[in-house]
Structures are given as structure tokens and as C-alpha cells.
Design a protein around this ligand. Structure first.
Ligand code: NAP
Length: 315
């Protein structure tokens, strides 16, 4: 092209029409809808760690709706008691029991399974949902903080899984495990080195045990939530979400909305159901594609210390 030739400027982009305006992914059916046939879990026992709060309680509620007998387990008796009453009131629910348990203690874990077996029968499904987390620059993590998160999230998950697996192997009965993970198991999690490393271990266990225990009828899958705000979130996590403004959460998701806890519950009930028996060793991400998000031009890098409002590292 000769330099004196006139090149017309590109036309301005058309205004978004009603059809093409981004609206995000549609919302889910209302709370109370069931993803599977009524009674899918009738006569089945489902144990959910951390089932007294947040996503664990939402997952437990969807199993209850499908007729499961529930065991919810965590450390705080008061919150378990309140959740037990709530879950027992879910239409279709079977029996609901609660067990106070720190999943870091393998003897207490064994006692929880003993009590569950005596009251309801050996759990057919284990949902490893309990975890601990808080944001922290890696260089500020104390050995105790590291140990607490890795011990709860990875080692506690393993103790529960080990007990479940050993009992089913001994009884020659099938079972299904769902490990709740996080997408930084794949990507790394700046500001969450402890939790991301632990969740990578949790995901890896899924892959190992699906092969080791498949021959004995034990299925194991991972389930990764995206952003699922709920009333029980810790102050630390809530503050992190609010940093961009209390109403900014939806606009920061490709789905233009956050997840609703029941959506995670529906996915869990599918993964552990007879309809997913050939799905094992898989980790399902339910996050509206948020973890695959990339910008054409990346935003400037802000060090984690700065994002968390911490001053310079002083050793
Ligand atoms: P949460 O509100 O922090 O709840 C954690 C649960 O785990 C609580 O019920 C807690 O009960 C229990 N727990 C903690 N330490 C325990 C221990 N040592 N022994 C037994 N129970 C223990 O978490 P959440 O937001 O509902 O998240 C649930 C799962 O989803 C976690 O695995 C989390 O990593 C994952 N996740 C959540 C999101 C999200 O947007 N919410 C995103 C990605 C991944 P006690 O204090 O009574 O023990």
C-alpha cells in the first residue's frame, strides 16, 4: 500500500443489541429442586465433614433431600446441633446425626465411624469437605500456620478416607468418596501457599486411590467449587472478597454471577450416585469457568503483600 493512500478508520463497534448484550450464565433452579430422582439415597448413609456450615451444609442438604441418612462431623458441637435441626427439616430427609470430631485425630476419626456404624450403618458415601484457610504471604507463614492448614485439609482428609476405605475393604462393600478441592490445586494460589499445596495433595489422592481401590468397588472423585459466598465464611475470606467492593463479585466471574451453594450440592449428589458409577479419579470443577479466565492484556502484577495491605517484609 502506498503511504499517501487514504486508509479509512475502522468503523466504531455497533452498540450491543438486546440479543448480544452479555448477561452471564442463567441462574439455577430454586432451592428445593432435586437433581436426581426422589429417594436416590434412601437407605444410604452419607458422612459429610464440615457439614455444619457453609458449603458442607449445603451439600448435606442435597443428599438429605434425596433421602440419605446423614452424619455431619466437625469440631464445634453448637453449630453441629443447629445444622442437624436444619437438615432434619429438609423434605425427604432420613435420620441426621452429628459427631464432634477433629479430623486431625485418627483415633477420633475411627470413633466417629464406630458411632456411625452403630447408629445408622457404615457410611456408603464420604464427602471430605472440611478444610481450613486464610490468606497470607508465603514468607509470613509460621510453621504452626502451615501445619494447621495442611494437617486439616490434607492429612485430615486422608485420615477420613483411610478409615472409610479400610472398613469397606474389610466388609467387601462398595463406597463412594467426594473430596472437595480448589482450583489452585492446578494453578498454584498466590497468597494461599499452604492451602493450595494441601489441595494439590487432596486432588492427587483422588487419582491414586481411584486406581488402588477401584477393584474393590470404591469410587473417588474431586469436586472443586469456584466462588460460592455463604453466610458462614470466615472474616478473613470475606474481607478478601470485599476488597474489590461488596458488590463486585458477580462482575468478576465469566458467568457474571457467583455459584449458589445448592449447585455444588447437586454436583456432589451426582458424583456419588449410581448414575456416575463409571466416573472415578475425576475432579469436576463447578466455577462458571472462572479458573480459566485470562485477559488479552494481563493486569499489572501487584505483590501479594501489597494486595493484603502488609508493609515490607522485615524478616
Ligand atoms: P468453611 O466455611 O471454612 O467451613 C469449613 C468447615 O470445616 C467448618 O464446618 C469447620 O467446622 C470444618 N472444620 C475445620 N477444621 C476442622 C477439623 N480440624 N476437623 C473437623 N472439621 C473441621 O468452608 P466453606 O467455604 O464452606 O468451604 C467448604 C469446602 O469448599 C472447603 O474444602 C473449601 O476449601 C472449599 N472451597 C470453598 C470455596 C468457597 O467459595 N466457599 C471455594 C473453593 C473451595 P468446625 O470449625 O466446627 O470444625
Amino acid at each position: 500500500m502506498k503511504s499517501h493512500e487514504h486508509v479509512p478508520p475502522p468503523p466504531p463497534p455497533p452498540p450491543p443489541s438486546a440479543q448480544s448484550a452479555p448477561r452471564g450464565l442463567p441462574g439455577p433452579p430454586p432451592l428445593g429442586a432435586a437433581a436426581l430422582p426422589a429417594g436416590t439415597y434412601a437407605g444410604q448413609v452419607v458422612l459429610v465433614t464440615g457439614g455444619g456450615t457453609g458449603l458442607g451444609k449445603a451439600i448435606a442438604a442435597e443428599f438429605a433431600r434425596l433421602g440419605a441418612d446423614l452424619v455431619i462431623a466437625s469440631r464445634r458441637a453448637d453449630q453441629l446441633a443447629a445444622a442437624r435441626a436444619e437438615l432434619a427439616a429438609v423434605p425427604g430427609a432420613g435420620r441426621v446425626t452429628a459427631a464432634v470430631c477433629d479430623i486431625r485425630d485418627p483415633e477420633r476419626v475411627a470413633e466417629v465411624f464406630d458411632a456411625a456404624e452403630a447408629a445408622l450403618g457404615l457410611p456408603d458415601v464420604l464427602v471430605n469437605n472440611a478444610a481450613a484457610n486464610f490468606p497470607c504471604p508465603a514468607e509470613d507463614l509460621s510453621p504452626n500456620a502451615w501445619r494447621a492448614v495442611v494437617d486439616i485439609t490434607l492429612t485430615g482428609t486422608w485420615f477420613m478416607t483411610r478409615e472409610f476405605g479400610r472398613r469397606h475393604l474389610a466388609a467387601a462393600t462398595p463406597g463412594s468418596i467426594v473430596n472437595i478441592g480448589a482450583s489452585y490445586a492446578w494453578t498454584g494460589g498466590p497468597g494461599f501457599a499452604h492451602s493450595a499445596a494441601a489441595k494439590a495433595g487432596v486432588k492427587n489422592l483422588v487419582e491414586t486411590l481411584a486406581v488402588e481401590w477401584g477393584p474393590y468397588g470404591i469410587q473417588i472423585n474431586g469436586l472443586v467449587p469456584g466462588l460460592f459466598p455463604h453466610a458462614d465464611m470466615t472474616g478473613d475470606i470475606q474481607a478478601g472478597l470485599d476488597r474489590a467492593g461488596p458488590d463486585a463479585k458477580d462482575a468478576r466471574q465469566p458467568a457474571l454471577r457467583v455459584g449458589r451453594p445448592r449447585e455444588l450440592g447437586w454436583a456432589a449428589t451426582f458424583l456419588a450416585s449410581p448414575y456416575a458409577r463409571f466416573v472415578t479419579g475425576h475432579t469436576l470443577v463447578v466455577d462458571g469457568a472462572n479458573w480459566q479466565r485470562r485477559a488479552l492484556v494481563n493486569p499489572e502484577v501487584v505483590p501479594v503483600r501489597e494486595q493484603l495491605g502488609r508493609g515490607p517484609f522485615e524478616g
